[in-house]
Write a protein that binds this ligand. Structure first.
Ligand SMILES: [Zn+2]
Length: 181
C-alpha cells in the first residue's frame, strides 16, 4: 500500500522490532513494534499470546539444561519460552564457554572471534532436533528464529540472531545485543 510504511517496517525489522511481513500496511503489529522502538515497555503494547499460541510439548534434556547454566537469566527466559511454542524441537548445544574452549573453536575455524558473547554467558546456540538428531538445518533454524525474536520482543529483551549476520551467518546462534548495537 504505502511505500513510506514499507520503509518504516524495514527500519523496524533492521532494528529487531518487527518480524512480520513488510507489506506496507500499518496494522496492530506495526503499531506495537513502533511503540517498542520508541521506548514503550514491550509487555504493555504487544499481545500476550505468542505467534501460534499452541504449546509444543517440547522439553529440554539434561545436556541442554547443563548448557544453560551460567547463561544470563533474561536470555534463558526467552530460550525457555521459545521452546514452549517453537514449531521445531531444539537443543541448547552451547552456552557459556571457557576461554580455552573458545580458543579451540577459533583454531578449528568454527568461530571467528575471541570476543565471543559465549565467554560471558550472553549467547546460546540452539540446534534443531529432527527425528531425534541434531541437525544444522537452515529451514528449521529460521522457524526457531521467528519464535525467538517474537518472544524476545514481547519480553523487552534485545537479541541478535547469528543467522542475520552477513559475513559469517550462524543459524544456531543467539546473543543479547551489544549495548550499542
Ligand atoms: Zn554461538
Amino acid at each position: 500500500m504505502s511505500e513510506a510504511c514499507k520503509l518504516w517496517q524495514t527500519q523496524l525489522a533492521d532494528g529487531g522490532y518487527y518480524t512480520a511481513k513488510v507489506d506496507g500496511r500499518f496494522g496492530p503489529v506495526s503499531l506495537g513494534a513502533s511503540r517498542v522502538a520508541a521506548g514503550w515497555d514491550a509487555e504493555s503494547v504487544l499481545p500476550a499470546a505468542p505467534i501460534s499460541g499452541e504449546l509444543s510439548g517440547f522439553t529440554f534434556g539434561r545436556s541442554s539444561e547443563r548448557e544453560l547454566i551460567g547463561v544470563k537469566p533474561e536470555l534463558v527466559k526467552v530460550v525457555r519460552e521459545c521452546l514452549l511454542y517453537s514449531p521445531v524441537d531444539f537443543a541448547v548445544f552451547d552456552g557459556l564457554r571457557t576461554k580455552a574452549e573458545q580458543l579451540a573453536m577459533v583454531e578449528s575455524g568454527a568461530s571467528k572471534t575471541m570476543n565471543s558473547r559465549h565467554l560471558t554467558g550472553d549467547a546460546v546456540d540452539l540446534v534443531p532436533v529432527i527425528s531425534g538428531r541434531l541437525r544444522w538445518d537452515w529451514g528449521a533454524c529460521r522457524k526457531i528464529a521467528v519464535v525467538m525474536k517474537d518472544t524476545a520482543i514481547r519480553h523487552g529483551v534485545r537479541i541478535t540472531w547469528g543467522g542475520d549476520w552477513a559475513g559469517f551467518p550462524d543459524g544456531a546462534h543467539y546473543q543479547l545485543s551489544w549495548p550499542s548495537g
